[in-house]
Ligand binder design. Structure first.
Ligand SMILES: [Fe+2]
Ligand SMILES: [Fe+2]
Length: 414
C-alpha cells in the first residue's frame, strides 16, 4: 500500500484517539483547553479562541477560551478569563458562524471579500500588537444540530513559521473534529450547570454560597494549583488531569451546609461558641456525600469538603477523625502542614480570599490592599506558604477571574 494511504490511516487513528479522550475530561474549561490545543495541532495554527452560546441568553456568545503561542508564554494567563461577549449576528465572524451554522475560512481577515456581511474587529490586534491573518471558524454543532459555540483557529503556520492559508483538508478535519468536540462540550456544560443547581439549593440555605462565589473559588483554585504544580516541576499531563478534577471538586466545598440549621446559617450576627461548633460539622457532612468513592473526582471532592477549614499551623477544623461515618463523630486535633491534602490547602486560600474581597450581606468588601496584606500575614499561619506564593505570582489572573464571575443581583424573596 502507498505511503500516503498509510499516513492518512495514521492521522485518522490519532484523530479517533483524541476524540475518545475528550470524553474523559470532566470540567468545561479543561475540555475547552484540550479542544483548542488539538484543533490547533491538527492544522498547525498559532492561535485560537472558543466562543460558547450563553446558557441564559441564546443570542449571545461568551468568549470562553483563548490560546496564542506568540503572545502567551505561560499556560497561566489572564486572557482565559476574559468577560467579553459578542451578539450572535452577521456582523462578526464568530457571530455569523453561530447564526448560520456555516464555517468561514479566510486567507486574510484584513482583506475580507466585499460579498461577506461580517467584518473583523481589530481591537485585540491593536492592543496586543498581534497580526491576525488566516482564520478558520467552524460551528460547534452537536449530533442534534444544536450549535453550542464556535471554534476559531488563527494563523496556520508553514514549516518555516510563515503564516499561510488553511487548506481544504484542514477544513474537513477540523469540521469533523468540531462536531465530536461539541458533544463533549455540551456534556461538560451540563455537568457545570448541574453543579450550579446544587449550589443554588445550598444558596437557599446559606446566601453566602452563591454560584458566582463557587465559580470564582473553583477557578482561583485551578489556576493557583497550576502555578504551584509548575513551580514544583510536576509533569504537564498530571497537572492537566488534576486541574480538571480540582476545578469541579472546589465548587462542591461547602455543600455540607445543607445539613446545618437555618437558624445558624442565616443568623445575622456572629455565631456563639455552641453555634460555631455545630457549623464546623458542615465539613464532615460535605465529605460524607462522597461515601463509597468510585472515582478520582469523588476522592478529591471529599478531601476538599473535609479539609478546607484546616489551617497550616494546625489551628483549623474539623481535625483528625478516625471515621467520619461514625454516628457520634467528634472533632479532632487540627491537621497541620503536609497532613492537609494539597487540594484543600489551595481551596482554603481561594475561599478566604474570595470572602474577604467580596461584598456580603453583613459586610463590605475589604479593600484590595488590606486583603493582600492579610493573605501575606497569614502565610505559614493559616495558609501554606507555597500556596500563598503561587497565588501572589498569578494575582492578575485572580483579578480577571473575580471580574468574570460577578454576583447577580439577589433574586431570593427576602
Ligand atoms: Fe466551608
Ligand atoms: Fe465558600
Amino acid at each position: 500500500m502507498d505511503k500516503e494511504f498509510d499516513s492518512n490511516v495514521n492521522a485518522l487513528n490519532s484523530l479517533l484517539t483524541i476524540i475518545e479522550q475528550l470524553g474523559h475530561i470532566k470540567d468545561l474549561d479543561a475540555l475547552l483547553d484540550r479542544v483548542l490545543l488539538e484543533a490547533r495541532q491538527l492544522t498547525n495554527a498559532d492561535a485560537g479562541s472558543i466562543f460558547l452560546v450563553d446558557s441564559m441568553h441564546n443570542n449571545l456568545l461568551n468568549f470562553s477560551y483563548i490560546h496564542n503561542d506568540t503572545l502567551f508564554t505561560s499556560p497561566v494567563n489572564k486572557y482565559i478569563y476574559s468577560s467579553q461577549t459578542l451578539p450572535i449576528n452577521n456582523k462578526s465572524i464568530a457571530g455569523y458562524v453561530a447564526l448560520t451554522g456555516k464555517p468561514v475560512v479566510l486567507n486574510d481577515v484584513y482583506d475580507i471579500p466585499a460579498d461577506k456581511p461580517f467584518g473583523f474587529n481589530r481591537a485585540f490586534d491593536i492592543k496586543s500588537g498581534y497580526r491576525t491573518k488566516s482564520v478558520m471558524a467552524v460551528p460547534l454543532k452537536t449530533s442534534r444540530d444544536k450549535i453550542v459555540g464556535v471554534l476559531e483557529i488563527i494563523n496556520a503556520l508553514s514549516a518555516g513559521k510563515e503564516v499561510v492559508s488553511f487548506t481544504e483538508t484542514d477544513e474537513l478535519v477540523v469540521n469533523y473534529f468540531a462536531n465530536n468536540a461539541a458533544v463533549a462540550i455540551e456534556r461538560a456544560m451540563m455537568t457545570r450547570e448541574t453543579i450550579l443547581r446544587m449550589v443554588k439549593m445550598c444558596e437557599l440555605r446559606d446566601p453566602k454560597e452563591t454560584g458566582a462565589h463557587v465559580n470564582r473559588v473553583a477557578a482561583y483554585s485551578a489556576e493557583i494549583y497550576q502555578k504551584w504544580a509548575l513551580n514544583k516541576g510536576i509533569g504537564s499531563d498530571e497537572i492537566k488531569k488534576t486541574k480538571d478534577l480540582l476545578r469541579i471538586a472546589a465548587m462542591l466545598h461547602d455543600l455540607g451546609k445543607v445539613g446545618i440549621s437555618d437558624v445558624i446559617l442565616k443568623k445575622p450576627g456572629k455565631l456563639d461558641d455552641q453555634e460555631f461548633a455545630i457549623m464546623k460539622f458542615h465539613c464532615i457532612l460535605g465529605a460524607r456525600f462522597f461515601e463509597n468513592s468510585t472515582s478520582d473526582l469523588d476522592v478529591i471532592s471529599a478531601e476538599i469538603a473535609l479539609n478546607h477549614h484546616e489551617r497550616w499551623d494546625g489551628q483549623g477544623y474539623p481535625g483528625k477523625i478516625d471515621n467520619i461515618y461514625d454516628n457520634e463523630v467528634h472533632l479532632g486535633v487540627g491537621k497541620k502542614e503536609g497532613e492537609i491534602p494539597f487540594s484543600a490547602r489551595i481551596v482554603a486560600l481561594a475561599d478566604v480570599y474570595d470572602a474577604l474581597i467580596s461584598r456580603r450581606a453583613y459586610k463590605d468588601a475589604f479593600p484590595e490592599e488590606k486583603t493582600l496584606e492579610i493573605i501575606k500575614q497569614e502565610s505559614a499561619k493559616h495558609f501554606d506558604p507555597e500556596v500563598v506564593e503561587a497565588f501572589l505570582a498569578i494575582y492578575e489572573v485572580i483579578v480577571a477571574i473575580h471580574a468574570k464571575y460577578q454576583d447577580e443581583p439577589s433574586s431570593s424573596p427576602g
